[in-house]
Design a protein around this ligand. Structure first.
Ligand SMILES: Cc1cc2nc3c(=O)[nH]c(=O)nc-3n(C[C@H](O)[C@H](O)[C@H](O)COP(=O)(O)OP(=O)(O)OC[C@H]3O[C@@H](n4cnc5c(N)ncnc54)[C@H](O)[C@@H]3O)c2cc1C
Length: 220
């Protein structure tokens, strides 16, 4: 069972590590949304996960500042999400902008961001930052043994292409189980798996589901 996780990309910003879990988050779930209800928040990133986080958090927060290093969203985000962001008045889109400093005591108290084109810096008393800049899977060690998606995450179950299974070839009469890789009896769970939710609970859940398939595989 492969559970080697992923390395989360961190913007090169002073004090980021210090405030992880104390104002800096890497996931936007109902739990985090409750922590910042009615307040202003920052979402960093211009991909789909950042877009989904911004739209989700806009439902319960006062304002979402969406900071993107590039000049627009179209490059990395689905059209429907861009439209939803544009239609949500409480999401403020800030292109060419990055966080340069985080300040506070035990908890994040203020954020300084900079426009990369003008060099202008602003300080805001915002205490919740959602870093949604993606993750790189720990799969290089696999050296092509199992099928990966275009970002290097492991493909499992129905995500495996019939072409690859034919070419491999897939030696079983059954199709791959849920969470099974392109190699029979090898499973992938958690962050390293393509399409995973990137949360502790889901990684643990996938692990327990995969164990039942391991038993089935051993009986084959
Ligand atoms: C800063 C931060 C905050 C987070 N906050 C939350 C949160 O509040 N709530 C939440 O639900 N999720 C949170 N997450 C996400 C959560 O941590 C992951 O979704 C979860 O840990 C995934 O579990 P995993 O077992 O797949 O991978 P991991 O927990 O990353 O475990 C992978 C393990 O494999 C090891 N490994 C890697 N490569 C190899 C190798 N070649 N050989 C042997 N071992 C290897 C690693 O050292 C590591 O110990 C956070 C993540 C980060 C980075």
């Amino acid at each position: 069972m492969i559970a080697t996780g992923a390395e989360y990309r961190r913007p090169p910003c002073k004090n980021l590590l210090r405030f992880e879990g104390a104002g800096v988050y890497y996931g936007a779930t109902f739990v985090e949304a409750q922590l910042c209800s009615g307040q202003e928040v920052i979402v960093v990133g211009g991909g789909n996960s950042a877009g989904q986080a911004a739209v989700f958090l806009a439902q319960t927060t006062k304002r979402v500042h969406m900071l993107v290093r590039s000049s627009g969203l179209a490059e990395n985000m689905s059209r429907y999400l861009i439209r939803r962001i544009e239609e949500t008045p409480t999401i403020v889109f800030l292109p060419n902008t990055e966080i340069v400093a985080l300040e506070g005591g035990d908890h994040l108290e203020s954020v300084r961001w900079q426009n990369r084109q003008t060099g202008q810096t602003e300080k805001h008393n915002i205490t919740h930052v959602f870093v949604m800049t993606g993750a790189d899977p720990n799969t290089s060690w696999l050296d092509g043994c199992v099928e990966l998606d275009d970002k290097g995450f492991i493909k499992t179950g129905i995500d495996l292409s019939p072409e690859r299974l034919t070419a491999a070839p897939w030696p079983r009469s059954r199709p791959p189980y849920l969470l099974e890789t392109s190699l029979p009896g090898v499973f992938a769970v958690g962050d390293v798996r393509g399409g995973s939710i990137k949360h502790v609970a889901s990684a643990v859940g996938e692990g327990s589901i995969a164990v039942s398939f391991v038993h089935q595989t051993l009986q084959e």
